[in-house]
Design a protein. Structure first.
Length: 271
């Protein structure tokens, strides 16, 4: 048996070991095309509900395109073409008539760099609920508090809710953006390198939040940090050149991967 690739990945959860996994997001033979180039080719991948799935792979392999296809923001500002099926709870999200506003409520996203609106902390969190028709302060205030608490920001922000979000530190801004996602009660949370612009302390806070979020939400995180993938995820998928090389429980991927290319990548031999 080969020696472990990385030490101490998180153990497989009991539900997965017992074969009780329910799939939340499914990719069936998905190929994704931007003008002049193909980003993904024949992806078959199941994302389990209420667990954390890490997407790893070298730059340009299609990781971000993969997760952006789930809330269809990859098509904003450009023409795209999708072959195959991306479904949530068995429903094709690229089917004609899909309500994109509702889809993006159900599937929230945290980006590489914090992107708070130039508004108050309160208005940042309340933005989504207002967009979906909740306008009474008496209804909004509990949502703002709940979301900030879930994002571990309430204690730091409760006395400055009317201050500009741009006055927060980088780590606080990223947690505010997470609170903004949580305010609309999503089902899936996508994270595209959410800690790459943060210091180690802020990174640890985000990772702690991921641990808590998995109990209620389906989380998919793109990361270049192999140690982070091993720490926070239950399953890991390795992409290379727009293709899925392998996907399995994180413990197996980081100790005894099935494909030599996976082992070469996570041990730093390439990528």
């Amino acid at each position: 048996m080969r020696s472990p690739v990385l030490s101490a990945p998180r153990p497989a959860r009991a539900a997965a070991q017992a074969g009780e996994t329910a799939w939340k997001v499914s990719f069936r033979e998905v190929s994704f095309f931007y003008p002049g180039r193909q980003a993904l080719s024949g992806i078959n991948l199941e994302v389990p509900a209420r667990r954390v799935t890490a997407i790893i792979g070298p730059s340009g392999c299609g990781k971000s395109t993969l997760i952006k296809s789930v809330n269809r923001i990859a098509e904003i500002g450009t023409e795209i073409r999708v072959q195959g099926t991306v479904s949530i709870d068995g429903r094709d999200i690229y089917a004609p008539g899909t309500d994109l506003v509702d889809l993006r409520r159900r599937v929230g996203m945290l980006f590489q760099k914090p992107n708070p609106f130039p508004k108050s902390i309160r208005d940042n969190v309340a933005f989504g609920p207002r967009l979906h028709g909740i306008t009474r302060p008496a209804d909004l205030e509990p949502i703002v508090e709940r979301s900030l608490r879930q994002a571990a920001l309430w204690d730091e922000a409760r006395d400055r809710l009317d201050s500009s979000a741009l006055e927060l530190s980088g780590g606080q801004q990223q947690r505010l953006c997470l609170a903004r996602v949580l305010a609309v009660d999503p089902e899936v949370i996508l994270m595209d390198e959410p800690c790459s612009a943060l210091d180690p302390i802020s990174t640890a806070r985000i990772e702690e939040l991921i641990e808590e979020l998995r109990e209620r939400y389906t989380v998919v995180i793109v990361t270049h940090n192999m140690q982070q993938a091993a720490r926070v995820s239950d399953r890991t998928a390795f992409l290379l050149n727009g293709q899925l090389v392998e996907v399995d429980e994180t413990e197996k991927i980081f100790t005894t991967p099935s494909d030599r290319r996976t082992e070469d990548y996570i041990t730093g031999r390439f990528g």
